[in-house]
Design a protein around this ligand. Structure first.
Ligand code: FAD
Ligand code: OAA
Length: 323
């Protein structure tokens, strides 16, 4: 979408994907804008990605599109048992109203001694993905269901390939640095829960959305299992109820599992593939791990810039590129 927006007449664009919403990892995500740190990327770059994403979604949340796009502000608390973990994060001046929790607020969490209160944004992921698809179509982008086994199979049809395959990139481009971190969450009906609660250890969280509350979670490195585990469902529910006892009355519990496409850094890179004298220009944009929603607009901006470089390289050989 960013490529089409930046350069409306540069090229014809087609999205090829094996699965669309509601059957992607992105549909499972809670969609909270709370960044996760990528150890292999400079903090100021991660901060820029988050800032661009927050600014973009904040504008949507203030528009008539907010409800259809599933974007809304949500306030709440990140709580810690150990004061040494409660340091001020790099994104504290991008979210709204970041401050230490007061003693009165902390009374709600007797097992925790410190905390941070702030307001951030949340994407309700399936509606947001459908809204993005609608925007793609409005920008003249073609959308086709297709599994790509090898990037080279696209060579005769397209000039530039942008690889946004998430965990699928492990097989598609043989990236051994990319690994799954399995996450199981529950979506429950509990409309009285208005504030988010996140244990700073990253394991337990309660994120109210427009239609349901997401309860999490798990982080299981290298597990590819997409089926829900009933024991884990009970464990997540118990952990969340210990933070928010009113959840005992939650109804309509649905269980979801997703594989976070994890890597020490997002792969945002140009690559020229060569085979028998033929060349294929590729831009990679995958490996967003546990924080893809938090940085998606910023990384898309960088990927669109890399596509611009590819288009410049193609200039002269073709008048209108196919992506
Ligand atoms: C439980 C859980 C909770 C999360 N919560 C949050 C959160 O609160 N905030 C946050 O910022 N992030 C969160 N995340 C992380 C976020 O979900 C991911 O970072 C993000 O969804 C990755 O998006 P993606 O587009 O790269 O991958 P995907 O959503 O997996 O999309 C990849 C697409 O590529 C297609 N594809 C793959 N291989 C091929 C192929 N060979 N041929 C054709 N198509 C292919 C797939 O079908 C799919 O449509 C969470 C993740 C999980 C699992
Ligand atoms: O950690 C969180 O707050 C939610 C999340 O991004 C995840 O489970 O990957």
């Amino acid at each position: 979408l960013r490529i089409a927006e930046v350069n409306p007449n540069c090229c014809s664009i087609t999205v090829l994907s094996e699965q669309f919403s509601p059957n992607t990892t992105s549909d499972v995500a809670a969609g909270m804008l709370i960044p996760h740190t990528y150890p292999g990327t400079l903090i100021h770059v991660q901060k820029q990605w988050f800032k661009e994403t927050f600014t973009y979604l904040f504008a949507i949340s203030n528009s008539a599109e907010a409800s259809e796009a599933g974007i809304h502000l949500v306030s709440g608390w990140q709580i810690f048992k150990n004061p040494s973990e409660a340091e001020v994060p790099f994104w504290s001046d991008i979210v709204l109203g970041f401050r230490p929790m007061s003693a009165a607020e902390l009374q709600k969490f007797p097992q925790h001694s410190h905390g941070q209160a702030f307001t951030t944004l949340k994407c309700d992921c399936p509606p947001y993905l459908l809204w993005l698809e609608k925007r793609l179509k409005a920008n003249g982008v073609q959308i086709h269901t297709r599994r790509v086994a090898d990037l080279w199979e696209l060579h005769s049809e397209y000039d530039i390939v942008v690889n946004c395959a998430g965990i699928g990139a492990r097989q598609l481009v043989g990236d051994q640095q990319l690994f799954p971190v399995r996450g199981q969450v529950l979506k429950v009906h509990a409309p009285w829960v208005k504030n988010f609660i996140r244990d700073g250890d990253g394991l337990t969280y309660i994120y109210p959305g427009i239609d349901s509350v997401t309860l999490g979670g798990t982080r299981e490195k290298e597990s590819w299992r997409l089926s829900p585990d009933p024991g884990t469902t009970k464990d997540i529910f118990d952990r969340c109820c210990s933070l928010e006892p009113s959840l005992q009355r939650a109804q309509d519990i649905r269980v979801k599992v997703g594989l976070r496409p994890s890597r020490s850094r997002v792969r945002l890179q140009r690559e020229v593939l060569s085979q028998g004298g033929a060349k294929l220009l590729v831009v990679h944009n995958y490996g967003h791990g546990a924080g893809g929603f938090s940085v998606h607009r910023g990384t898309a901006e960088e990927a669109a810039h890399l596509v611009g470089e590819c288009l410049a390289a193609l200039q002269g050989s073709s008048s209108r590129a196919k992506l």
